[in-house]
Structures are given as structure tokens and as C-alpha cells.
Design a protein around this ligand. Structure first.
Ligand SMILES: Cc1ncc(COP(=O)(O)O)c(C=O)c1O
Length: 374
């Protein structure tokens, strides 16, 4: 029988515990840098505040101690588009729009559909037929967007929605990244990277499609530098897919083709801004092959536990390529951030083609052990 007596000591005084303050919305957090006023309707699905993960395993492989992944697939609709969409849709509401319209390789439509639904707006999406990852198309349809698939590529779809937005018979706002409010919102990712690191990175590696995101990050780092919130800006390393690399080639690509459907774009709308970001930052924009993209895509999931879209993996594929060809351009202890723009669940088709079969077994432990080859 236990002879333990109740302790004679007085219970330790409880340290006062403070409840954490509620998390602000992304727009509240970075309000001073965004085109919003008290008249702008508040709208949020909880966007932003995405993880910056230290990629220790991939970093070890590449000899990079300070390799980080900005996991934008953690946004509400699974991609970075939500950062700009929340601003663009709020401003559309403020301007009295009743409808929003966009062309999309998938993620813009998923984001527009969700924010449009939350704002009570009609959402019209024009897509290149047969070129959209299944998950993204379903996101738009489930949220009630009216989706029109055209027999043409993204560039044709963008031309059509630009014309739709110019009609004066309906109050309609274009929410592609040519809408400046989108890029303003997307700047917030650069702010978060600086806030999490306590400084700007030395290199920011990013996939490039329509070239809005690289332009937005560059503007964001510029805002933070001007505000005295960081003391330098990173070199901007953009990566296009080899079959859809107009900026690398220096001319539009009529039939862009790559497994990375989100960056299958032949004539980027923000081309000039992207090359300015490259040149002003002493950076580069290069191409990576589909094989390099898919290898990075698999390794991100298997080594770091991060399942991103194929397009997203272009950032890591590019850094790897530079390391392996001894052209990284910065010291190995430099702080390098690879932006992973979207969530891998959006594109189950590509994932299926990359994995082995599920193991079959009788429903006994012995049979499962045998199936595992233990
Ligand atoms: C997952 C993903 N990554 C990268 C990009 C490219 O971004 P941007 O078109 O701003 O260059 C997109 C654009 O749709 C995207 O959806």
C-alpha cells in the first residue's frame, strides 16, 4: 500500500497565462501597404500566414544550410492566388461590381470562385479546354462559378476576358493578375518571408508563368526596404518550364507545352515587370525541363513532406540545376527561399503517374507483413 502523504509544500503560485491575441486578417496585418481604405468591404477566407519551412533534407543534398520553402499551398483555396484575390474582390465590391471574370490555368479560377462566392458575386471563368488540373476545375464548379472552356490556350482565354471586362452593359471586374489589386495583395508573401526570417533572403526562387507573382514579390521587397523593415532585397531567380519559356527565349511561344499546367503560358502579361525584377535584382530567369520539375516534385514530398503542384516544384528544380552546374551565384550559406505556389492535391492526375501501386493483401497481419516484405 502506498505510504505517500500529500505534499506539505504549498502549491506553486500559478504563473499568469495570457490568452494569445486573435490573428489579424492578412489585409489588416499589412494594411499600410495595400490599396484599401475604411470604405473597402472586409472580406477574408483566412488567406496568408503560410509556413516558411526550413528544408533540412533537401538542403543537405545540395549543400545549402539555409534553404527554405514558402508553402503557399496552405492558402484557403490551395494557392498563392488568394493573397491577391482577397484584395481584388474586396475592391470590386467597393466599386459596385456585380460580376468578376478571369481567364485561368486553374488556380485563379479556384480562387476567384471562392472569394466571389463569399462576396455574393457572379463569377465567370474562361479556361483553355482540357488543360486544367481536375482539382482546380472542380473547385471552381463546386463554388458555383460559370465556367466556359474554349478551344484555345491560356493566352486566347485572357484576350477574351479582357474584352468581356470592357463591355459597358454589365458592371464586371477582371480579376486576372493584370488587375493591379491582385499584385498588390500578392506582395504580402514577400512581407511574410521577411517577417519570418527577420531579414530579406539572399535569393528568392519562384516559378514563372504569367509573371505576375515574381513581379509582386519584387514590389513587396521594395516596399519593405523603403519602409526600413529590411535592409536588402533578394536576387530574384525565376524559372519557366522549358516547353513554355517565352522570357528565356525572348519571344512568345505559340504552343506552350509542359506537365506544369499552371505555368503553361506562351505570352506572359507581366513580362516587362518580370524582366525588370530580374535585372534590378541581379537575378535570372531560366528554364527547367519537365523531368527536372517532376524530380523536384517527388523529392519535395518524399524528403520534406510537402506535396506541391508540379509548377511549384520549378523553383526547387531551378535552384538544384544552378547548384549542380555551379552557377548558384551566391555562397552556399546564403538564405534561399523557394516559393511553392500551390497544393499537390489539385492535380491528382500528375501525382498518379508518379507513384507506385497500392499493395494488396488478405485481411490478416501476417499477410500485411508479407506484402510489406518484412
Ligand atoms: C501553382 C502556380 N504556380 C505558378 C504560377 C505562375 O504564377 P504567375 O502566373 O504569376 O507567374 C501559377 C499561375 O497560375 C500557379 O497557379
Amino acid at each position: 500500500m502506498s505510504t505517500r502523504r500529500p505534499s506539505a509544500r504549498r502549491p506553486a503560485a500559478r504563473r499568469p497565462v495570457e490568452r494569445s491575441t486573435p490573428r489579424p486578417t492578412l489585409v489588416e496585418r499589412y494594411r499600410r501597404f495595400l490599396p484599401v481604405t475604411d470604405a473597402t468591404p472586409a472580406l477574408t477566407l483566412g488567406e496568408g500566414f503560410t509556413p516558411l519551412v526550413h528544408a533540412r533534407n533537401l538542403g543537405r543534398e545540395l549543400g545549402l544550410d539555409n534553404l527554405y520553402l514558402k508553402v503557399e499551398g496552405a492558402n484557403p483555396t490551395g494557392s498563392f492566388k488568394d493573397r491577391g484575390m482577397v484584395v481584388a474582390v474586396s475592391r470590386a465590391l467597393e466599386a459596385g461590381a456585380r460580376s468578376i471574370v478571369c481567364a485561368s490555368t486553374g488556380n485563379t479560377s479556384a480562387s476567384a470562385a471562392a472569394y466571389g462566392a463569399a462576396a455574393g458575386l457572379e463569377v465567370v471563368v474562361v479556361l483553355p479546354a482540357g488543360r486544367i488540373a481536375k482539382g482546380k476545375l472542380l473547385q471552381a464548379l463546386v463554388a458555383g462559378a460559370r465556367v466556359v472552356a474554349v478551344d484555345g490556350n491560356f493566352d486566347a482565354a485572357l484576350r477574351i476576358v479582357r474584352e468581356l471586362a470592357e463591355r459597358d452593359d454589365r458592371p464586371i471586374t477582371l480579376v486576372n493578375s493584370v488587375n493591379p489589386d491582385r499584385l498588390e495583395g500578392q506582395k504580402t508573401a514577400a512581407f511574410e518571408v521577411c517577417d519570418d526570417l527577420g531579414r530579406a533572403p539572399d535569393v528568392l526562387a519562384i516559378p514563372v508563368g504569367n509573371a505576375g507573382n515574381i513581379s509582386a514579390y519584387w514590389a513587396g521587397f521594395g516596399d519593405y526596404l523603403a519602409a526600413g523593415l529590411c535592409s536588402s532585397r533578394p536576387r530574384m531567380y525565376g524559372f519557366q518550364a522549358a516547353g513554355a519559356a517565352p522570357i528565356v527565349l525572348g519571344h512568345p511561344v505559340a504552343e506552350p507545352d509542359t506537365v506544369a499546367t499552371a505555368i503553361r503560358i506562351g505570352d506572359p502579361a507581366s513580362w516587362t515587370k518580370a524582366t525588370a525584377a530580374r535585372d534590378e535584382s541581379d537575378g535570372l530567369i531560366e528554364a527547367v525541363t519537365d523531368e527536372e520539375i517532376l524530380a523536384a516534385y517527388r523529392d519535395l514530398a518524399r524528403w520534406e513532406g510537402i506535396f506541391c503542384e508540379p509548377s511549384s516544384a520549378a523553383s526547387l528544380a531551378g535552384v538544384r540545376k544552378l547548384v549542380r552546374s555551379d552557377r548558384l551565384g551566391v555562397d552556399r550559406d546564403a538564405t534561399i527561399v523557394c516559393v511553392l505556389t500551390g497544393n499537390g492535391l489539385k492535380d491528382p492526375h500528375t501525382a498518379e503517374a508518379q507513384v507506385g501501386d497500392v499493395l494488396g493483401s488478405e485481411p490478416t497481419t501476417e499477410a500485411v507483413v508479407a506484402a510489406l516484405g518484412w
